[in-house]
Design a protein around this ligand. Sequence first.
Ligand code: 6PG
Length: 257
Amino acid sequence: MMGSAMDPKPETTIVDDPAALADAAARTVVQIATDAVKARRRFTVALAGGITPRTTYERLAASPLREQMPWDQTWVFFGDERGVPPDHPDSNYRMANAALLSKVPIPAAQVARIRGEAEDAEAAAAEYARIMTEVFGSRRGELPSFDLILLGMGIDGHTASLFPGSPVLKEVFRPVAAVHAAAASIPQRFTFTYPLINAAARVMFLVAGGEKAKVVKAVFTEPGAGLPASMVQPTNGRLTWLLDRSAAALLGTSKSR
Ligand code: 6PG
């Protein structure tokens, strides 16, 4: 179901700069992973693409966080992917693999890549959803609930590959969709949909940089504008915005960490 307009007071943490954001994000991932493994002996996470999260992934691949993560009980999915092969410079999998996955002892079978190179994009999206429901052991029609979904946000308010005006914003059933995003660098995309994102236990936006300040303000103050990121409203989960000072510059009061 599409999210309702954004909660006027989402949980927000503002840190000094991108390096502090990566530190805070990586530590939060370890905390959520530790709690999930304690409770359910497994941690399921969907990684964000783009540039912002790369430093967070690098922190998780380095000591001391590398040793604190329960890699053996961690399952990694991707919140979206571009329609390219896994070794393509624009592949989200390639970025995460270089920054994190190739450097940590996560069992290969526990990393589920979206086959961006597939000829039949619809079939690849459906296959990804099938793998996901298998890993989660979801019953038919039941949506997997990720322990954590990491998201970024573009200057147009897109998140994952949910772009303004896209028909996929109205998707109410499928958890994963193949989309054509004309405005995107690589138009063929694959994305988690709102039903899946809003079923998560935790959703954390990682947003840094002054170029995002205007859209951050719009998402926080104009819920009716229908920006894709503001339609992320976990049904029962917890939504957190992790911003650096530059991205939060137009929000008025700033709470530093
Ligand atoms: C993608 C991402 C996308 C990203 C935003 C922000 O595949 O492009 O998933 O949603 O999070 O575009 O990207 P930056 O972090 O590079 O600004």
